[in-house]
Ligand binder design. Sequence first.
Ligand SMILES: Nc1ncnc2c1ncn2[C@@H]1O[C@H](COP(=O)(O)OP(=O)(O)OP(=O)(O)O)[C@@H](O)[C@H]1O
Length: 230
Amino acid sequence: MEHILDCHGVIKKYGKKKALDSLTLSIKPGTILGLLGPNGAGKTTLMKLIVSLLRNYKGDIRINGSKPSFETKKIVSYLPDREFLYQWMNVEQSIAFFDHSFVDFERDKAYHMVKSLGLNVNDKIKSLSKGMQERLSISLAFARKAKLYVLDEPLAAVDPSTRDKIIQIIIENFDPTSAIIISTHLINDVEKLFTDVAFVNDGKVLLQGNVQEIKNEYKQSIEEIFKSMV
Ligand SMILES: Nc1ncnc2c1ncn2[C@@H]1O[C@H](COP(=O)(O)OP(=O)(O)OP(=O)(O)O)[C@@H](O)[C@H]1O
């Protein structure tokens, strides 16, 4: 089966600083990968390379067989780790904006998701709390019918019960011909979402594999294994 994402020996430097140091990672369709690593491990750098926001790297990155480019952006839905919504818009205008921006955007799905997460279409973005904006951002990212979803710390600001609800929505809507990468520090809270995890530290992948197989092998929780490795 062809990988949706293949990264091989990826090196990315900022000046003399090596943010990624021969990083190798691959993802098959049907994978929900937790990208786990401490601050500064290289998670955001890797995600920005995948979504073609950063260039000038060494090694090889392939998305569905192609190098990251304007073309691959069409099949990758990206949720950055910073606010990206236009504050002057309301929820409905944000949905319309995404609808115009992406051919794979499913407007009805977006309406359904924002509604089930307790948002009103007339809510002004600037009046929404950080957690409410996160609910909208996640709805917009998942309303695209993408091949690869790249979500940088998407669940940090939402309360635990909303987090569970979002996890439920992601699982219910997950198309097994696609794949998701999610970076997070909230290992225990979101572990149930992952089929696979990759531990990243100092720009390298220390361990990647299926969650259940890793747990069986190490006989510890993912968080315990993670803490013993990084
Ligand atoms: N624009 C930049 N210029 C210089 N160094 C950078 C830049 N962006 C990131 N770095 C450095 O690259 C390394 C990896 O950073 P990155 O943001 O990818 O890590 P991260 O795993 O996403 O961290 P966090 O969990 O804190 O968001 C860090 O040492 C960081 O200081």
